[in-house]
Write a protein that binds this ligand. Structure first.
Ligand SMILES: Cc1ncc(COP(=O)(O)O)c(C=O)c1O
Length: 439
């Protein structure tokens, strides 16, 4: 049987507790529910602690913090700050998408959908992959609807990486990856992305792979840096994944937010990749419905079956009335996708110019919702402290880039991530506020 005894520290506290109780020096009520238990021991390897630790949420004193996103959003609300922290748009979804969902609720599409998702949405996802990227998928066996990209990533990682395995991600990384890798008990290995282009070196890619590599997580366009992984790096990673028989999980939620006249290329379109790649995306960023949590994962039938093996015990299914609405969205004409991209590119340019004007040094954003900016020249030092002070004065919320990296890792501790998925006037107001830093 698994050893679930408390750690030495908890055991010591428990003995003191029992000793003092023997002398009736206090009643259990005075010490809450009693001595620390194995379940809540901060030094334990309980799955929830492993998850919190992997996500960098455990403080030196053992307390578990809330995420930086929750903290900064609360600060924004408290101080009336403009929230360029969390990546959610203020825009609404196209009318046809909203109306289809409303009609579905009224028509009684409110019960469990099939385990893989409604056929209509699976077909729409397959049509979308063919229309934009020329990728052919069987909607019956190679497409799975999930509770957002988050569940698709979690189920994919938990399906393939456990104790003794290694999972590679780029660094900085979207925070959920680290948490789920920790939950599964695998080791997290990273490929650092160097500033200001946020591309890896070939040497760093090579160094990340080992005989234990089971999964490689890619994310391009990239959160938090806005970079797009250069094709030669993708090719090298695909070749190494093949050599080590690893699965590639490619998070492409920003696939329709690629700027400067470029087009998105899915990792699965790289020669040799399709047979080992799970491609993850979601309705959240493309249709501005982050609260709906409709995502999907596509790939070879055997890999999808493995992901279902986990996914069916997480949420089983979700979002019945939203699935048809997302299918309608995916079938919208090209003009919708072009306009979305052009609008976000304009907002990127607005924020970029404003940040430069306010004295920040910015990294180029090729895609996604985000600009990385360094405020050292206007007297901002440590980004975690600056983010907290900027929220109060001048009242703009950003996220320290270090929140997307590991303690002692390679991520800059002076850079901030700003989101530009906000209306033009909100960005203009934020920029005006930030300009006060120059004075
Ligand atoms: C890279 C990346 N992956 C996944 C997600 C989550 O997507 P969803 O809301 O569909 O779960 C986000 C949201 O910010 C993201 O930035």
């Amino acid at each position: 049987m698994e050893d679930r005894s408390p750690c030495a520290e908890c055991e010591h506290t428990r003995k003191i507790f029992t000793f003092l109780r023997g002398f009736r020096l206090f009643s259990p009520r005075e010490w809450g529910t009693g001595p620390p238990s194995t379940l809540t021991c901060v030094n334990s390897d309980a799955p929830w602690m492993r998850t919190a630790r992997s996500a960098g949420l455990v403080s030196a004193d053992g307390t578990v913090r809330t995420t930086i996103f929750a903290e900064m959003s609360a600060l924004a609300a408290q101080h009336g700050a403009i929230n360029l922290g969390q990546g959610y748009p203020d825009d609404d979804a196209p009318a046809v998408v909203l109306e289809t969902a409303v009609e579905a609720i009224r028509a009684g599409i409110n019960q469990y959908p099939p385990g893989r998702g409604f056929a209509d949405l699976r077909h729409a996802i397959a049509e979308h992959q063919q229309r934009f990227y020329g990728l052919k998928l069987d909607p019956e066996t190679e497409v799975l609807v999930t509770a957002g990209a988050t569940e698709a990533m979690a189920a994919s990682l938990l399906a393939f990486a456990g104790p003794g395995d290694e999972v590679i991600t780029l660094e900085p990384f979207y925070d959920a990856y680290a948490a789920v890798i920790g939950l599964g008990g695998a080791r997290h290995v990273t490929i650092p992305l160097g500033e200001p282009q946020f591309q890896p070196t070939s040497a760093a890619i090579d160094a990340a792979f080992s005989d234990r590599t089971r999964v490689v997580v890619l994310n391009s366009p990239h959160n938090p840096t806005g970079s797009i992984l250069a094709p030669e790096h993708v090719e090298r990673i695909v070749a190494l994944a093949a050599q080590h028989d690893a699965v590639i999980v490619s998070d492409e939620v920003y696939e329709h937010l690629v700027f400067n006249g470029r087009r998105h290329t899915p990792v699965a379109a790289t020669p040799g990749a399709a047979e080992r790649t799970l491609t993850v995306s979601s309705a959240a960023k493309t249709f501005s419905v982050t609260g709906w949590k409709i995502g999907w994962v596509t790939g070879p039938a055997a890999l999808i079956d493995a992901v279902i093996g986990v996914k069916q015990w997480l949420t089983y299914v979700n979002g019945a009335p939203f699935q048809g609405a997302v299918a309608a969205g995916l079938r919208l004409p090209d003009a919708f996708f072009d306009e979305l991209r052009d609008t976000m590119q304009r907002r990127r340019d607005l924020l970029a110019a404003g940040l430069v004007d306010a004295g920040f040094v910015i990294a180029p954003t090729a895609g996604s919702y985000f600009i990385v900016a360094d405020g050292s020249d206007v007297g901002l030092g440590d980004a975690a402290a600056s983010a907290r002070s900027l929220a109060v004065d001048p009242g703009v919320v950003a996220i320290p880039l270090s929140a997307f990296g590991r303690a002692g890792g390679t991520v800059s501790d002076t850079a901030l991530r700003f989101a530009f998925c906000k209306p033009d006037d909100v960005i203009a107001q934020a920029v005006t506020r930030l300009q006060s830093l120059r004075r």
